[in-house]
Design a protein. Sequence first.
Length: 153
Amino acid sequence: MAKGWTLAELAKRAGTSAPTLHRYEGGWDRFEVATLRRIARALGSYLEIRMVSEEADRASAPGASRRQLVSLLAPLFWDRKLAPGDLDRYPGWVLRRVLAFGDRRQVAAARRFFGDDAVRAAAAHRSVDPRTRNYWRLILQETDDGASESPRR
């Protein structure tokens, strides 16, 4: 931890529990804004929440971000070296490989870069095994007719 605190110490300073912090640290994405504000305050920071369209985010991604994504995904491409241009030329191929073999970080990065529509198209490809296809239908909350459902709360 940057300040040298344990999770228990930060939790106490933020008025939350160590298990909550552990879930956040492990990738839990059901954040409570009030809890995040308390954590930020305890760390001497403030909370900033932004909404950026996926299209605008991809369009403004600098070359370094592309290189970082290629570097993160490179271990999944054992049969051919992945190049930054492949992200634009072969997005379906890249995504199918990531969906089939990627870990949580690799999948999240590819999903941010390409967007859910591209993930949906890649997961629907005939070469994707049925379990992976069904998993992504659930993740993207699609109904049987292909329409997206609103998230359940």
